[in-house]
Design a protein around this ligand. Structure first.
Ligand SMILES: [Zn+2]
Length: 194
């Protein structure tokens, strides 16, 4: 089977890749924010960056796991709003010099959070759909297998019945056990009759 570009673009893998990039971006955002916050607490730049980086990765991985597994109605919205606020903090919106900057940064923040939210929704929906399709395919296969097994056992039963009414010496078939027994007595291939 040859996959077209369209297949690849709409595949679960493409969505997964986008989600991973989003999560990576999310981790970087949290790290940048944490580096700022940790500056007065941890003076060593390397340790500060490592601490911020690990926390960023841990939090964003947690975000992904919660988004994918939590079926609560409000969680995605809360995460999207928090994401938007985090971006506002990363962009240092409280210290922005002009209204123009504030509006632009707010728009970018909410837009990015919205896209992230949509991305994770698409990912979850697509994953669920593919999982359901696979399960359905498997159950159809099992059904077909059990039907074939039924046919096979019926055939085997017919073979057994035929065998029961077949003369073991000349292999002629008879309609009943009695007819077979009568024949056996005079079958020319029966060693007893020779
Ligand atoms: Zn015979």
């Amino acid at each position: 089977m040859k996959y077209t570009l369209e297949d690849k673009m709409t595949s679960l893998r493409a969505v997964s890749l986008a989600v991973l990039l989003y999560i990576l971006g999310y981790a970087l955002k949290i790290s940048v924010l944490l580096i700022d916050i940790l500056t007065p607490v941890i003076s060593n730049m390397l340790i500060r960056s490592v601490a911020a980086g690990f926390t960023g990765v841990a939090l964003s991985t947690g975000l992904l796991i919660v988004s994918v597994n939590d079926h609560s109605k409000y969680t995605p919205y809360i995460i999207a709003v928090m994401d938007a606020f985090m971006l506002l903090l990363v962009f240092d919106i409280l210290n922005s010099s002009s209204l123009n900057d504030t509006v632009t940064l707010s728009f970018i923040s909410f837009f990015m959070a919205f896209i992230g939210y949509q991305l994770i929704s698409v990912f979850v929906a697509k994953y669920q759909r593919i999982k359901t399709e696979k399960e359905q395919g498997l159950s159809e296969l099992l059904q077909a297998y059990s039907e074939k097994e039924q046919v096979f056992s019926e055939l085997q039963q017919q073979i057994n019945e035929l065998k029961q009414n077949t003369c073991e010496y000349c292999e002629r078939e008879f309609t009943s056990k009695n007819a077979l027994n009568a024949h056996k007595g005079r079958c020319s291939n029966n060693p007893k009759n020779i």
